[in-house]
Design a protein around this ligand. Structure first.
Ligand code: NAD
Ligand code: UFG
Length: 331
């Protein structure tokens, strides 16, 4: 299939492009590089040794998107492009609502015009709010504490309404848990700008000596050791989940959790990183981070049953691969 991958130069999408090409699909990338670099596309090409068509465009730009659809016989769209920094979305809500919602509308409009009926959307576990774990796809979505989360819930709603009105339109909504790690080649990975917000890139930068120590946000949660529990998933497993979703897509709207189903605490992740890489990670326990929840992990059984997909790589592989990329990566 010819697959349009929006945000294809980004962290999760670049790994998905590799998995798509390895499964025999052709990839067309649309990215405005607002949070990525063209080097990641070079990385994909080096890994797969295949060509990629790249359009440096903003996917909220209707005319630019139309040109891609008229130039290629597109079979499906995987829509990753989006802004994702939670605190920035609180400070700058309009930018988030505009970018993340308008992009979904522009792309679905082009799909309707050109008769493209396969659409896969990057959603997030954040839409579950503080439901009871493990999170199941059938749970009522709870309001999130930030505009970013709202853009994901709203995009899900928009896609569901469009599919309800157009029975041929097939949508897969993928709710990611906490993607970490990197391709084992060390050629592509996560490159956050500035000081990382997320745990794993913060840990790898402490390991590299760029940051002095990890600030652990609270150790008084009702969890095994008091630190927050998350469902960390290797980004290559997550990427393979997209191929499974694409190849098993049927009419209607389908929602899948892409997680491991296993919760890991902040302390456990730090210990696993130290064990995997033989590097000590100094840390200090500080106040809880506003907006954080204690527990977040998936019930991952639906994706296993319907897509035949499960995450295979363990926490040690996630830590080893994250560090390999960080070590090799030049600023
Ligand atoms: P990323 O920032 O690495 O990738 C997003 C890509 O989209 C970037 O390359 C950026 O340049 C591009 N982009 C953004 N707005 C665009 C626009 N208007 N037009 C064209 N390109 C645009 O982020 P990621 O972590 O790979 O996330 C990918 C998707 O998955 C996002 O939609 C994100 O919200 C979602 N998601 C991420 C996580 C996570 O923890 N990383 C968790 C849940 C969901
Ligand atoms: N944490 C620290 N110190 C840090 C960073 C994080 O202790 O410097 C802790 C957090 O308090 C939390 C855990 O590590 O307990 C994971 O935090 P992340 O920031 O890595 O991830 P979140 O679970 O907060 O959020 C991520 C993405 C969201 C997405 C969500 C889905 O950033 O976009 O996963 O589960 F919505």
């Amino acid at each position: 299939m010819n697959i349009l991958v929006t945000g294809g130069a980004g962290y999760i999408a670049s790994h998905t492009c590799v998995a798509l090409q390895e499964a025999g699909h052709n990839v067309i990338i649309a990215d405005n590089l607002c949070n990525s670099k063209v080097e990641s596309i070079d990385g994909i090409k080096k890994i797969t040794n295949k060509e990629i068509t790249f359009y440096e465009i903003d996917v909220t730009d209707e005319e630019a998107v139309d040109i891609i659809f008229s130039n290629h016989d597109i079979d499906g769209v995987i829509h990753f492009a989006g802004l994702k920094a939670i605190d920035e979305s609180v400070r700058n809500p309009l930018e988030y609502y505009y970018n993340n919602i308008v992009s979904t509308m522009v792309l679905t409009k082009a799909c309707q015009k050109y008769g493209v009926n396969r659409f896969i959307f990057s959603s997030s576990a954040t839409v579950y709010g503080d439901n009871k774990v493990p999170f199941e796809e059938t749970m009522i979505l709870l309001p999130t504490t930030n505009p970013y989360g709202e853009t994901k819930a709203m995009s899900e709603r928009i896609l569901t309404d469009i599919a309800n009105a157009n029975p041929a339109f097939s949508v897969s909504i993928l709710r990611y848990f906490n993607p970490v790690g990197a391709h084992e080649s060390g050629l592509i990975g996560e490159t956050p700008s500035g000081i990382p917000n997320n745990l794993m890139p913060y840990v790898t930068q402490v390991a590299k000596g760029r940051l002095e120590k990890l600030c652990m946000y609270g150790n008084d949660y009702p969890t095994v050791d008091g630190t927050g529990i998350r469902d960390y998933i290797h980004v290559v497993d997550l990427a393979e989940g997209h191929v499974a979703a694409l190849e098993n897509l049927t009419e209607g709207v389908h929602v899948y959790n892409l997680g491991t189903g296993k919760g890991t605490s902040v302390l456990e992740l730090v210990k696993a990183f130290e064990e995997a890489n033989g590097i000590k990670i100094p840390y200090e326990v500080v106040e809880r981070r506003p907006g954080d929840i204690a527990l977040c992990y998936a019930d991952a059984s639906k994706a296993k049953q319907e897509l035949g997909w499960t995450a295979k790589r363990d926490l040690i592989a996630m830590c080893r691969d994250a560090w390999r990329f960080e070590k090799n990566h030049k600023e």
